[in-house]
Design a protein around this ligand. Structure first.
Ligand SMILES: C[S@@+](CC[C@H](N)C(=O)[O-])C[C@H]1O[C@@H](n2cnc3c(N)ncnc32)[C@H](O)[C@@H]1O
Length: 226
């Protein structure tokens, strides 16, 4: 609670933004920069509109806006995340480019780029706090994969940011993920991978899995080219 209060008050540094992001209590904090850097550095051309699905603090929407995307719609299902993202977008002076809405997955319409960093573990959240980390039955991930093609403009691309932690903990296999992409008519156009900095106190089972963890940015698009 105390560190959550401190985070909200002081913010956490996000080098990709050259600014601080202020996570509210119960909202996923961007304390690990690796996944933010993936979104900040992935090749991006001709993107005028973007959706950020499950925006949390709004950090990825802010990165996209700072990269020059003119119109970003950020969604989150959790009211505390929506309030937090609006606060951060306002602090960063990006309200003219980024709109935040409380929505289950996608806003209406289509965008050139649809980004999503879903909770990384398919497991049952026991509190609203857990819901940023645990994805009940993999619902958000599956919903994103199944629905994203219908929200892309022709030639558009989806970026799915996903850790392989669920694979390392045997909660999902890589084959299952690839099968889900194919079943949704999505082709993998590329993948960037980063190895997060391991935690310093890597002693328990979860920490051991985290030491081997890789985070990927999957570039996906409709198989027919969209
Ligand atoms: C791992 S956090 C990522 C937050 C932020 N995008 C980031 O990268 O730091 C996942 C977010 O997805 C949100 N979420 C979960 N299910 C959702 C759904 N069905 N529709 C929209 N957002 C959802 C959670 O509330 C949480 O804020």
């Amino acid at each position: 609670m105390l560190s959550a209060h401190q985070w909200r008050q002081d913010g956490v540094p996000v080098p990709a933004l050259n600014a601080r992001i202020h996570p509210h209590y119960g909202v996923f904090p961007p304390t690990r920069n690796e996944y933010v850097d993936l979104v900040a550095t992935a090749r991006m051309t001709g993107v005028r509109t973007a959706f950020d699905i499950g925006t949390g603090t709004g950090v990825l929407a802010a990165v996209l806006a700072k990269r020059g995307v003119r119109r970003v719609v950020a969604t989150d299902i959790a009211p505390q995340a929506v309030a937090c993202a609006r606060d951060n977008i306002h602090r960063l002076g990006l309200s003219g480019r980024v709109t935040v809405t409380q929505t289950d997955l996608f806003p209406p319409g289509r965008a050139d780029l649809v980004v999503c960093n879903p909770p990384w573990l398919p497991a049952t959240p026991s509190s609203p706090l857990d819901a940023a980390v645990f994805d009940r039955g993999g619902r958000m991930l599956s919903g994103f994969i199944r629905g994203v093609a219908d929200h892309l403009t022709p030639g558009g691309e989806a970026w799915l940011v996903l850790s392989d932690l669920a694979e390392l903990l045997r909660l999902r296999t890589r084959a299952q993920l690839l099968t889900e992409f194919a079943a949704a008519g999505l082709a993998v156009r590329g993948r960037m991978e980063v190895r997060p900095r391991p935690a310093r106190d890597a002693r328990d089972l979860l920490a051991a899995a985290r030491a081997a963890e890789r985070v990927s940015l999957w570039r996906l698009g409709p198989e027919n080219g969209g």
